[in-house]
Design a protein around this ligand. Structure first.
Ligand code: ATR
Length: 293
């Protein structure tokens, strides 16, 4: 890629930001799309986030992604919010408009839904299970509601958190009055039978290298159920392998990461990126990181 006086800039703000896999993915898509822009990491200390966001406008950036720990702080700094960002209370994508105003969007929430939909399962009308009630679980539960799920069950190690998220989202997302919300604990009898579940989103941190194990045995799900593992490092978690061994349809966390990135790209540039190019760049980045140890 050659950077000239015309090259536009997009960033990703985080602290730390060195772990991000988005630059290789987004730059590969920009190159492939023939767009004269570069995607750069922006290490922003938490107490400088307001200045950094203002700086996007001053520096003429197209926009930026936002990652941990800034997603909530940035939410409060936007001029306009999309419906997704508004409901979730967090922004992972900023777009600088022509008049210099800032629009905040959240593509994390639909990334997981798009990943299973691209793999052949529409979420509309389905019974969805979200495992985990942290930031990721909450976002994906909102995404499933936006996508038109019929019933959403949230199960969490700490059942009170699942209950609180289900109640709050149930009150805030009122698009479909017939949508039913359920909540419970991972060790309890589920609030609806396991056989009723069509799509599962695994959004806990269990299965990462530092925290191996299983949040829930995927053996409980019926054949035909579609499982998305939210973790992408390792590329195949124990949950992923067990679900696949049981014959369930399984989508890996890399697809979710790719879909949120593709949605951000489309939000900035008004055109769809090439997803195969993004996927391949992500795979290469994860593999080279795994080789580095
Ligand atoms: P994120 O923003 O990635 O969702 P988080 O907000 O810290 O991160 O949430 C982590 C999720 O993983 C939570 O649902 C957490 O369950 P608790 O709410 O009970 O803490 C879940 N989690 C973490 N460690 C777990 C474990 N050992 N077993 C089951 N769930 C676990």
């Amino acid at each position: 890629m050659s950077i000239t006086g015309h090259t536009k800039l997009v960033g990703v703000m985080g602290w730390p930001v060195s772990h991000t896999l988005s630059p290789p993915m987004q730059n590969a898509a920009l190159r492939h799309g023939g767009i004269d822009a570069a995607y750069v990491p922006l290490a922003v200390e938490p107490d400088r986030i307001t200045d950094a966001v203002r700086g996007l406008r001053a520096l003429g950036y197209v926009g930026s992604n936002v990652t941990i720990p800034h997603k909530q702080a940035v939410f409060a700094l936007m001029d306009t919010l999309t419906a997704e960002a508004e409901v979730i209370g967090a922004v992972n994508t900023i777009r600088v408009e022509e008049d210099g105003s800032l629009t905040g969007h959240n593509t994390d929430c639909l990334g997981a839904v798009r990943a299973v939909e691209t793999d052949g399962t529409l979420v509309r009308g389905r019974t969805v299970l979200v495992i985990g009630a942290g930031g990721a679980g909450r976002g994906v539960a909102a995404g499933a509601a936006f996508a038109g799920a019929d019933r959403i069950v949230i199960l969490n190690r700490t059942p009170e958190k699942a209950q609180a998220v289900a109640e709050e989202l149930g009150q805030r997302i009122t698009l479909d009055p017939s949508l039913e919300w359920y909540a419970g604990g991972l060790d309890e009898k589920p609030p609806i039978p396991w056989e009723d579940i069509d799509v599962v989103f695994q959004m806990t941190s269990v299965g990462m290298r530092a925290t191996p194990g299983l949040p829930l045995d995927p053996g409980v799900f019926r054949p035909g159920c579609h499982v998305l593992e939210g973790i992408y490092a390792p590329l195949e978690t124990e949950f992923f392998r067990k679900a696949r061994a049981k014959g369930l349809q399984v989508t890996g966390g890399l697809e979710m990461l790719m879909e949120q990135g593709a949605a951000s790209f489309a939000f900035w540039f008004g055109q769809e990126p090439n997803k195969d190019v993004m996927r391949q760049a992500l795979r290469d980045a994860v593999r080279s990181r795994e080789e580095e140890g």
